[in-house]
Write a protein that binds this ligand. Structure first.
Ligand code: 6PG
Length: 250
């Protein structure tokens, strides 16, 4: 399967290119259906993209029609600095005219993460009624150095989930308790954008793009849209292209 791999000199350039494409998707979706549903990624790589959406691209995004979800979340309070919601709030959500009711954070206040996962699945099912899987207009994903994406880590039982949209997961990095979309829930999106930068992601990127995916070893390789497209927005350091340095560009 050919991958749409787009390589840029650095994080700034890939973030700008992804922002340009994202606002075009949002405008087209909003014009067609009045809504643009996006699942945000956590971690550090998307920060610059979010900042650009809140500044240079703010005026080109149809915010009232944007519905914001998350692809995964650390199971910590929303005001915890490790929270993916907190990162999106400080880099994007606090700076754009999004109706409060359009922001759907993953809940992290239930005693049992499993209960929270089921609650979030109900939120998604309410937004994507009478569908076997959610149909996000766009899912944003990052890439871990060892091949994880969202909170789907190598060897996780969540990787073989074929029915549920959202599950609780224990992961080998802090904070260990997570909520995450499952692979089928991701793979039914119309568009999936991976963002990856830095030499540290080089091996994982190669594994994720391999012709024969080893999903147990590299969960990102399991992101294969059913009826949609996946675009990889990467820098030269992650791709190992010309001018790549051993230090990477992070
Ligand atoms: C998270 C993310 C996770 C992230 C990767 C890459 O909650 O941490 O969802 O999947 O995208 O770990 O993280 P960086 O962008 O910080 O390298």
């Amino acid at each position: 399967m050919g991958s749409d791999l787009r390589v840029y000199p650095d994080l700034e350039a890939l973030s700008r290119a992804a922002a340009e494409s994202l606002v075009e998707l949002a405008a087209a979706a909003a014009a067609q259906t009045g809504c643009f549903s996006i699942a945000l990624a956590g971690g550090q790589t998307p920060r610059r993209l979010y900042q650009l959406l809140a500044t240079d691209y703010r005026g080109r995004t149809p915010w009232p029609g944007v519905e914001v979800f998350w692809g995964d979340e650390r199971y910590v309070p929303h005001d915890d600095p490790r929270s993916d919601y907190q990162m999106a709030r400080e880099t994007l959500l606090a700076a754009v005219p999004l109706p409060r009711e359009n922001i759907h954070p993953m809940p992290t206040d239930a005693a049992d993460p499993e209960e929270a996962a089921q609650a979030y699945e109900s939120v998604l099912r309410a937004h994507f009624p009478s569908r076997p899987w959610p149909r996000f207009d766009l899912v944003l994903l990052g890439l871990g150095a060892e091949g994880h994406t969202a909170s789907l880590f190598p060897g996780s039982p969540a990787l073989v989930e074929e029915r549920r949209w959202v599950v609780a997961a224990e992961v080998p990095v802090a904070p260990p308790r997570r909520l995450t979309l499952t692979l089928p829930a991701i793979n039914h999106a119309r568009h999936i954008y991976f963002l990856a930068a830095g030499a540290g992601k080089r091996e994982a990127l190669a594994q994720a793009l391999a012709e024969t995916p080893d999903v147990a070893r590299c969960p990102a390789a399991g992101v294969r849209p059913v009826e949609g497209e996946v675009v990889w927005w990467v820098d030269e350091a992650a791709r190992g292209g010309p001018g790549a340095t051993s230090e990477g560009t992070m």
